[in-house]
Write a new protein. Structure first.
Lengths: 547, 286
């Protein structure tokens, strides 16, 4: 993060994405950082410079290293690496030891690259001071020294080699925001007046829990680490019942435990916002990797039938605005609303111009109750005004059993049918008038339509830009359910359709078929735990386009 | 106020005639009336089972939740609006079986709520299977040879976790039960009241007669602040002591510990996001 911040502050566009093993320390982990004169928000395979502080890195990154990759590595660790690779060796670990331990290796390495990019050392120092201030003066001083050592090694490298970086700076980049996908969602939740989050830690949703916990005091949000996921969602539903907008953050297996309570939200018509950071399953799966495997899980979660909405942001603007919207929608329609993210999206960082709060109102959907208040009053559109206990003279009675208009348990089958109409049929009708349309990138007049949802946005977009073909356009869905009716027209206009999904069963393609009867021609599915790269998407589209 | 103020005249009560739950319902209404708790400011949260139906028969705000899951919403409701009186009404299967994890951890959390557990030592709603508190050798349609699992002892567990208020009552002793309920509801912090209650249909062993013969009241000399004595008494099962076993006056409640209430007591449901502050937080990401 030090280097990513330094790059941004120096005025370059930057993107970073990390992949790591599921262990507390060690393992083979890497962070990809892209430095660019243009805006970038996508993962690529290509590696121009590899900074390796252990030998395993080279095998780990495999075919991504080519003859054009400049490896800069630790001289002891990379002793045996020769020949086919383009390697420059520097004493990173030895220098770290001299400073007091290998813990400084990362800062030294960041300093090396920062120096090579000609980032002023003052900018680098400023970030070190900001980042380590909490840890006390001594640590700050040590890390400043480590940075300087990195710069010194960088200068030596530049002096003895013929490197040239030609990356243009963007004039306004340094004043832009540097966010992660998690932060974009978290800021949206705060803007949506989230007041309560109960959750159980689980990668990759934990960072959102931390974001809310850290900001709890400033933004009047109660964060509670629940004893299990079941408690977490039931607490959040209780909080929404009592009048505080509430959410939970979880991932695949954790969400599986919450399913019963999704039905509680549906049945009692108590709103709840559910953030699911997807990772490869089933069961524990690959905890630190990425996937888009839990669309079906969220779509069908909970017994019985009731209305729901599923969002899947693909960029930071959407993540921020959809998260805000999730709370308004949940509150308005009294339903569960899902925000589907994944490890790749949650943990990637890039610079983003700004987040606009001016149009983000917190809608008020709670009514003051009167003596004759009935929580489930049957109305023409299916929405009953929602009261909360202690606000007004009425009583707010809700029930997980089938209930009458007052909220009391009933086995009257006529009322039952009317309540199903209300919870499902009528609400879906309303919600369908309020769907965010898919975004078409490229010309209206296309032959091939690439389809994607959620986190693949940046990657497919960049691949299309790279190809620069008029004939291909990209349709990105940020609301998956209910599906926007325009989907049919978009699909029908194409000679050929192709979908990219990070799962093995083409879950969204199946949803499209189910809702529209239209089959997507080509399904490009990746489920090894890594995101699609720009190159992969480009090559695939080339072959589909007949080149 | 009068107990009648809590009547639900048109409620279709589903309990069997003679069920111990009727005594609990009446005693609870009287308790609430004597404590002058208004129905609008009271929330009863329940799970599933015969006890879980009680809130439908009493005039107040109700959250009839999932089986075993009454405590999580109860805690959240109190946290979001500490001005409400929140009572969790559950049964032995719901609270100690399905919801066992929540039971344990909410004792640790110590929300200012009252937790009433109707304990009839049998599953009523599902027609007669063993509950966590069923005594050994109790035969059912599923425990065909009789129960052999060690019965769950909620009182000992609550004391071991230093719960802030731990009591046991017997529903038929309405005056004594009312006394305990009053203290439990007034108590600041989590208050467990395990209430013995016969199931007249599915438990032919633990009857009114059995409960009468198998219980006695803790003496006036019992010191509820002495945790070791309390624990020792909670282990008695030849005859079950009734009354307040233990109180822990030193515990801060969950709500008191919450950062959002340290300086400002306004319930958080009344607060709105400060967009200016949010602007500044966003700006800090530059």
């Amino acid at each position: 993060m030090i280097l990513v911040q330094a790059i941004k502050l120096a005025g370059y566009h930057v993107f970073s994405s990390k992949e790591y093993m599921s262990r507390v320390r060690g393992g083979l982990n890497s962070t990809e950082i892209r430095i660019s004169s243009k805006r970038v928000a996508a993962y690529v395979d290509r590696i121009d410079i590899l900074l390796a502080i252990n030998e395993g890195a080279i095998g780990h990154l495999g075919r991504r290293i080519t003859k054009d990759t400049q490896i800069i590595g630790d001289e002891d660790q990379l002793k045996s690496v020769t020949g086919e690779y383009n390697v420059l060796k520097i004493p990173v670990l030895k220098s770290a030891e001299e400073l007091g331990g290998i813990i400084f290796a990362n800062v030294i390495a960041a300093g090396v690259i920062s120096c090579m990019l000609n980032i002023p050392s003052g900018v680098f120092d400023q970030i070190i001071i900001k980042m380590f201030a909490r840890k006390g003066e001594k640590i700050v001083e040590k890390d400043l020294q480590a940075g300087r050592k990195g710069y010194q090694l960088g200068e030596e490298l530049m002096g003895s080699n013929d490197f040239k970086f030609e990356i243009e700076k963007g004039p306004s980049v340094k004043d832009e925001l540097l966010l992660s996908g998690t932060e974009a969602v978290g800021l949206g939740c705060l803007a949506g007046n989230c007041k309560f989050m109960a959750s159980y830690p689980m990668t990759p949703s934990t960072p959102l829990q931390i974001f809310i916990a850290e900001n709890g005091k400033d933004f009047d949000v109660i964060f509670e680490q629940a004893e299990d996921e079941i408690a977490a969602i039931n607490m959040s539903i209780g909080a929404f019942y009592a009048g505080a907008r509430a959410m939970i953050a979880t991932s695949g297996s954790g969400f599986a435990l919450m399913e019963e309570a999704v039905g509680l939200s549906g049945m009692t018509e108590t709103p709840v916002v559910i953030y699911v950071g997807q990772r490869p399953g089933p069961a524990v799966g690959l905890p630190t990797r990425t996937a888009q495997e839990d669309l079906n899980l969220t779509l069908y979660s909970g017994p019985g039938e009731f209305a729901r909405v599923i969002f899947a942001p693909g960029n930071f603007k959407d993540a921020f605005e959809l998260s805000h919207r999730a709370f308004n929608l949940a509150d308005k329609y009294q339903i569960p609303v899902f925000i589907l993210s994944d490890q790749y999206f949650a943990e990637c960082n890039y610079n983003h111009p700004s987040l606009d709060l001016s149009n983000l109102a917190v809608e008020e959907h709670i009514v003051r109750t009167t003596k004759d208040y009935r929580r489930y009053e049957l109305t023409p559109d299916g929405l009953s005004p929602r009261g909360i206990p202690g606000y007004g003279d009425g009583l707010v009675v809700i029930d997980a059993d089938e209930h009458d208009e007052e909220g009391h348990i009933t086995e009257d089958l006529e009322i039952r049918a009317r309540m199903v109409d209300k919870r499902y049929t009528k609400k879906m009708k309303l919600i369908k008038k309020d769907i965010i349309p898919p975004e078409l990138l490229g010309s209206d007049d296309y032959e091939i339509l690439a389809v994607g949802w959620g986190s693949t946005y940046g990657t497919i977009k960049e691949a299309l830009n790279y190809l620069g073909w008029e004939e291909i356009s990209f349709l990105h869905f940020k609301q998956l359910y209910p599906l926007h009716p325009d989907t049919v027209n978009y699909m029908n206009k194409a000679d050929k359709t192709v979908i990219f999904e990070n799962n093995a069963s083409a879950q969204f393609a199946n949803l499209i078929r189910m809702e529209t009867g239209l089959e997507i021609d080509e399904k490009i599915l990746k489920y090894n735990g890594m995101p699609f790269s720009v190159e992969e998407v480009t090559e695939t589209l080339k072959s589909i386009g007949g080149l | 106020m009068d107990a009648k103020d809590f009547n639900m005249d048109d409620a279709d009560v589903a309990w069997c005639p003679g069920c111990g739950d009727f005594f609990i319902l009446q005693t609870l209404k009287e308790t609430l009336a004597e404590l002058e708790i208004k129905p609008e400011n009271l929330v009863l949260v329940s799970g599933i089972g015969q006890a879980g139906k009680l809130p439908h028969y009493i005039k107040c705000n109700v959250f009839n939740s999932l089986h075993g899951r009454s405590l999580p919403p109860a805690v959240a409701i109190k946290a979001v609006n500490p001005e409400l009186t929140v009572i969790d009404v559950s049964g032995d299967g719901c609270m100690y079986g399905e919801g066992g994890n929540h039971f344990i951890h909410n004792i640790r959390r110590n929300p200012d709520i009252t937790n009433l557990v109707h304990n009839n030592m049998v599953y009523g709603l599902t027609k007669g299977q063993a509950s966590p508190t069923s005594r050994t050798e109790f035969k059912t349609n599923l425990q065909v040879e009789g129960v052999f699992l060690e019965p769950f002892n909620p009182i000992s567990i609550a004391i071991a976790l230093k719960a802030s208020f731990v009591a046991r009552a017997y529903c038929r002793d309405t005056e004594e039960t009312k006394n305990i309920l009053k203290k439990a509801i007034k108590h600041k912090g989590y208050a467990l009241v395990d209430i013995f209650q016969p199931c007249v249909t599915f438990n032919k062993v633990n009857t009114y007669q059995w409960f009468k013969e198998s219980t006695y009241y803790l003496e006036d000399s019992h010191d509820p602040y002495d945790i070791e004595q309390a624990f020792k008494r909670s282990m008695e099962t030849d005859k079950f002591p009734l009354g307040i076993f233990y109180m822990n006056p030193d515990k801060k409640t969950f709500e008191e510990n919450l950062e959002v209430y340290l300086e400002d007591k306004t319930p958080i449901y009344k607060r709105r996001v400060d967009m200016g502050k949010l602007e500044r937080l966003i700006a800090s990401k530059r």
